[in-house]
Design a protein around this ligand. Structure first.
Ligand code: ZN
Length: 132
């Protein structure tokens, strides 16, 4: 396993890029709207992982709620797994609370599923299986 990316909730990606891209020097290599999750994302590689900037596309987006409460910040950590269905089954067997019992389609056509922060010490965990 490895850290696929760190998800950072923003009020707006364009504004956030002024820091992450222009000031810090990371490169925005991929931008996409993920309709199912009501977000726009921008991916900025950093070493073997990436920063994922997230912007809500709707008022009922989970990112809109997060930004409203906390004004942005680290939203989730995404761990890349070989077989997402197996990982979900193992988590469930070990009593973890799953937000997604079944994988969904995420950015770049990957399969993703979220694990509730109450099972991960307050961290929202995203499992991701690369689209290969
Ligand atoms: Zn993510």
């Amino acid at each position: 396993m490895k850290i696929s990316h760190l998800g950072i909730a923003t009020k707006g990606i364009d504004e956030a890029l002024k820091f992450w891209q222009d000031a810090l020097g990371l490169e925005n290599v991929h931008a996409e709207e993920v309709a199912e999750q009501k977000v726009r994302v921008a991916m900025l590689p950093i070493g073997e992982t990436r920063i994922e900037l997230l912007e809500a596309t709707s008022e009922d987006s989970p990112i809109a709620k997060f930004v409203e409460k906390r004004g942005g910040g680290i939203h989730h950590i995404a761990v890349e797994v070989e077989n997402i269905e197996e990982s979900l089954a193992k988590l469930k067997a070990n009593g973890a609370r799953l937000i997604d019992e079944q994988p969904r389609i995420g950015a770049e056509g990957c399969l993703v599923a979220f694990v509730h922060p109450s099972s991960a010490g307050g961290v929202l965990l995203e499992l991701i299986q690369e689209n290969k």
